[in-house]
Design a protein around this ligand. Structure first.
Ligand SMILES: [Zn+2]
Length: 254
C-alpha cells in the first residue's frame, strides 16, 4: 500500500470530485495521505478532510509564498500553535523558503521559517520543508534544528542529501524524479538510506511522467515508485513497503 506524504486535496482543483476520488484511492492502493495546509485560512479545510477520512492526516503550516500576506508574525504563529494544540496534527508544514517565485520578501520568509522550525521543535512534530532554489539557506536553518525534517519534493544535491540523512532527516520524492531533465534528483534518490526514504504527489501539482501536466493524485505514485526502484536497484514492491513503513513511523500512525 502507498503512503502519500504530501498532498493538497483541499485545493480548488478537486472541488468537483474530491470525495469520489478519495473514496476510490482509499478503496484501492492508498493507505494514507498527509494533507499539507499552506496558510491559516485553509487550516480548517485540511482538518475537515481529516475528520471525514480516517486515512487523511494533517500537516499545518504557513508556506513561504503566503507569509507576506500576514500583518503580524506573532499573531499568525499564535493561530498556528493554538490550532495544532487543539487538533490531531501530525506535522508542521509546509514551511520553508521559495526563492524561485519570491512572492514574500526573503527576510520575511526567513523569519517565518525560523519561527515555525522553533515551534516544530517545541511541539515535537516533524517539519515538512519546501525548498525551491533556496538550498543554502534551508541547509543553514536546519543546522540548528533539533527536530526531524522532511525535505518535500527533493531537489537537493546527492551530497546535501547525504548530510541531511546523517542528521536523521527524511527525503521525499515527487513526480520531479521522473522528469527527463532531472538527473540530479535521480542521483539524490540513490543517496537516501532505505529508512529515510518517502514518496509524495504534491497533488494537484507535479504529476509524474507519463501523466505530466495533468491534475495529479495519489494514484500516480506508482510511477514515482517504479522510477525509484530502477534507480536504487530495488523492486517496486519493496519501495512501496519501506516508504509506507517510514511514513507511518514518522507520523506516528498505527
Ligand atoms: Zn505542497
Amino acid at each position: 500500500m502507498i503512503f502519500d506524504t504530501h498532498a493538497h486535496y483541499d485545493d480548488v482543483k478537486f472541488d468537483t470530485d474530491r470525495y469520489e476520488l478519495l473514496d476510490g484511492l482509499f478503496g484501492s492502493s492508498v493507505s494514507g495521505v498527509l494533507n499539507c495546509a499552506t496558510a491559516t485560512e485553509n487550516f480548517s479545510a485540511t482538518l475537515e478532510l481529516c475528520g471525514k477520512y480516517e486515512k487523511v492526516y494533517a500537516a499545518l503550516g504557513i508556506h513561504p509564498s503566503d507569509c507576506y500576506r500576514y500583518e503580524s508574525l506573532s499573531d499568525s504563529l499564535q493561530i498556528l500553535s493554538d490550532t495544532v494544540k487543539k487538533n490531531d496534527v501530525r506535522a508542521l508544514g509546509e514551511i520553508g523558503l521559495d526563492y524561485h517565485y519570491d512572492f514574500s520578501p526573503r527576510d520575511v520568509q526567513l523569519a517565518y521559517f525560523k519561527a515555525q522550525l522553533e515551534l516544530a521543535e517545541k511541539l515535537g512534530l516533524p517539519a515538512v520543508i519546501h525548498d525551491r532554489e533556496a538550498h543554502g539557506d534551508v541547509f543553514e536553518q536546519l543546522r540548528g534544528f533539533r527536530g526531524t525534517a522532511v525535505i518535500h519534493s527533493c531537489s537537493e544535491s546527492a551530497e546535501t542529501v547525504r548530510q541531511l540523512c546523517r542528521k536523521g532527516h527524511y527525503i521525499s520524492f515527487s513526480g520531479s524524479v521522473t522528469f527527463k531533465n532531472a538527473s540530479s534528483v535521480r542521483e539524490a534518490a540513490k543517496a537516501v538510506p532505505d529508512e529515510l526514504l518517502l514518496v509524495e504527489t504534491d497533488a494537484p501539482y507535479m504529476a509524474p511522467v507519463p501523466v505530466r501536466g495533468q491534475r495529479n493524485d495519489s494514484g500516480n505514485i506508482k510511477y514515482i515508485i517504479s522510477v525509484l526502484a530502477g534507480i536504487r536497484g530495488d523492486t517496486a514492491g519493496n519501495i512501496e513497503r519501506i516508504t509506507e513503513e517510514n511514513a507511518k513511523k514518522l507520523f506516528k500512525i498505527g
